[in-house]
Design a protein around this ligand. Structure first.
Ligand code: WQD
Length: 336
């Protein structure tokens, strides 16, 4: 019998790709989502792609009774917790919502997992916990100085999960620090369906190439980087999803809570991403170099050694694949 894995936020951008990767790895995912930042329209596509009727429950991860019902209805062996609010800019103007959902939701989930005796947890954390790095590439033992409310909520959850694991040795927790996920399933069936204007660079380029947005405002051309534009560690969302499966496998023989970077281990500048996207779509991306965006850092990319050594995981899809798959998703409408 395949192990049943609860994926909170499983109708979202990362969660839906994780659910497909789980089925392909022989697990039986159950999706839980409140559809606050996603839509049930993803489910038939997810099921078609996975070749399996993935069960889905509409519920809010802060609703303890709803979670208890899920743990009663399904033989949950472990949880992948993707549900949360993730817009950095929005977090600055809605701090209460971000602490309520991201921190409050994780507390309720851990409470119900404890009651159900389920100890395996893969938590969707973020490289934004690092803030401005002292050194590059960034290793997991780098100081945590998040710049944003969003990043601080992720650090609070990491701290509380580490305290939980110290108090009870049964817990097995992977804290996955995502760098910059991008791209989409090559089928064109799943992708990043942002509500309104996308926050992140790669989906923005798709909207500009499709003529839905006019041009790209490059946030800063005077950063201390090779071409003056911001450098980030972009990884394909499928690589990221497979990293969750690898973390689940690792937890089967682990104890405690461990942060693990999920990144390509190298950085690309904004201009390099624009050039790669132009190659993928065969169109020019109009751009204006403007002033820096508050809260941005010059460069941020992962030391991905721990994931390679402990999870036997590394990225396998390159920048051209990210842009080709993101463009294919956009050409299909870029929405559900
Ligand atoms: C990438 C680069 C921008 C838009 C954020 C979160 C992080 C994670 C990923 C959730 C930067 C530049 C962007 C634009 C630009 N989210 N840019 N013009 O800020 O690195 O990371 O999303 O986990 O936690 O912090 O991603 O895609 O916004 O920016 O020049 O219109 O593109 O300055 O250098 P970011 P991003």
């Amino acid at each position: 019998m395949p192990e049943t894995i609860l994926v909170t936020g499983g109708a979202g951008y990362v969660g839906s790709h994780v659910a497909v990767a789980l089925v392909r790895a022989g697990y039986a995912p159950v999706v839980l989502d409140n559809y606050a930042n996603s839509t049930p329209a993803v489910l038939p596509r997810l099921r078609a792609l996975a070749g399996y009727a993935v069960p889905a429950v509409q519920a809010d991860v802060r609703d303890a009774e709803a979670l208890r019902t899920v743990f009663r209805d399904y033989p949950i062996a472990a949880v992948i917790h993707c549900a949360g609010l993730k817009a950095v800019g929005e977090s600055e103007v809605r701090p209460l919502a971000y602490y309520d959902v991201n921190v409050g939701g994780a507390i309720v989930l851990a409470q119900v997992m404890g009651e159900a005796g389920v100890a395996g947890l893969v938590f969707s954390s973020s490289a934004s916990v690092y803030g401005e790095p002292d050194a590059l590439p960034i290793a997991e033992d780098a100081p945590l100085r998040p710049h944003s409310v969003y990043g601080r909520t992720k650090r609070v959850v990491e701290d509380f999960l580490c305290d939980l694991a110290r108090a009870n040795a049964n817990w097995r927790i992977a804290l996955l620090r995502y760098f910059n996920p991008a791209g989409a399933d090559p089928s064109g069936l799943l992708g990043e369906a942002a509500r309104g204007r996308p926050n992140n660079l790669v989906p923005l380029l798709g909207k500009i190439a499709a003529g839905e947005l006019a041009d790209l405002t490059v946030h800063g051309g005077d950063w201390p980087t090779a071409d003056g534009t911001g450098v980030r560690d972009y990884l394909h969302v499928q690589d990221l999803a497979e990293g969750h499966v690898a973390a689940l496998r690792y937890l089967a023989g682990a104890r405690g809570a461990l942060p693990i970077n999920l990144g390509a281990g190298r950085g690309h500048s904004v201009l390099e991403i624009v050039a790669a996207f132009e190659r993928a779509c065969g169109r020019r991306i109009a751009k204006t170099i403007a002033r820096r965006r508050p809260g941005d850092v010059a460069a941020c990319y992962a030391d991905a050694t721990r994931a390679a050594q402990l999870l036997q995981w590394r990225t396998t899809r390159d920048l051209d694949a990210i842009c080709a798959d993101a463009w294919r998703w956009q050409q299909g409408g870029g929405r559900y």
